[in-house]
Design a protein around this ligand. Structure first.
Ligand SMILES: [Zn+2]
Length: 269
């Protein structure tokens, strides 16, 4: 266990980040992108509060306030000049996921899915058996871990690991909901020998970005070793353009496992 004299005052961070960036609150992603999927897939989910979403929107201001030693546990980006990039997709399995996988398969594009463990069933867990794809845990139900102590955090992650094991899903990757980093989370991940994975390019697909704006948000920000954040509900036409554009820029889309063979580059935050 690491001992860190650090208390995350989330409320202040949210207020600061919103003030600093003059951003307005928008509705939680679960209401924007997943309405149809919610009808089709019976899932228990936790609504993200407007405060949580403000944190997500002001994410880079939030990261600036997190101690470097906590951030250092996570992979944001690889330290390399090789033109490689990882595509990651959060919040599945959802009704969108099979058609998204079809788009990726058609172009032989590797991808990593970060799953909400409470959504996993005997049936949808089999979607992830395609060797083109890897996957990791993304909490049980998208809970904000900044409200949890060590024991509560450990119970959540233990439960995620149990669900993965019960469904023959093998992964040691974890991405926290909203990208929340707490000392307790880092302790649990170390205790359970789980690798923390975040991102350095947010596609902003959760923020109603579509078309040219979404494509440019990814392609204009590419750099070697990048990890791009999407969600399973991303517009698939836009995604095809992004995949083509990445290739046109001379980049290779690789698996998360391949990118993790490179050293981390965390000094960017
Ligand atoms: Zn998420």
């Amino acid at each position: 266990m690491i001992l860190l004299q650090f208390t995350l005052n989330k409320k202040n961070l949210v207020e600061n980040s919103v003030q600093a960036s003059s951003l307005t609150l928008v509705k939680p992603i679960v209401e924007i992108d997943y309405a149809r999927a919610q009808e089709e897939v019976q899932v228990q989910k936790q609504q993200a509060s407007p405060e949580d979403f403000a944190l997500y929107k002001g994410y880079y201001n939030y990261l600036a306030s997190i101690p470097q030693e906590l951030k250092d546990y996570f992979h944001f980006k690889a330290n390399t000049t090789d033109k490689i990039v990882v595509l990651s997709f959060d919040d599945g399995p959802l009704a969108y996921t099979p058609s998204l996988m079809e788009v990726l398969s058609q172009s032989n594009t590797p991808a990593t899915f970060f799953l909400l463990c409470n959504r996993i069933t005997n049936t949808n867990s089999q979607w992830y058996s395609n060797p083109l794809f890897s996957y990791g845990m993304h909490t049980l139900s998208h809970k904000d871990y900044s409200y949890l102590d060590f024991e509560q955090t450990k119970q959540e992650i233990d439960k995620c690991q149990e669900i993965f094991a019960a469904n023959n899903l093998l992964s040691q990757f974890f991405r926290p909901a909203f990208g929340i980093i707490t000392p307790e989370l880092v302790d649990v991940l170390k205790t359970n020998q789980i690798i923390g994975v975040l991102w350095n390019i947010d596609s902003l697909d959760w923020d109603k970005k579509r078309g040219d704006e979404l494509v440019a948000q990814v392609l204009d920000n590419l750099s070697p070793g990048s990890i791009v954040l999407f969600h399973d509900g991303v517009n698939q036409t836009d995604l095809k353009r992004i995949i083509a554009g990445i290739s046109e820029q001379g980049y290779r889309i690789v698996s998360l496992e391949e990118l993790l063979e490179y050293p981390k580059l965390n000094s960017i935050y």
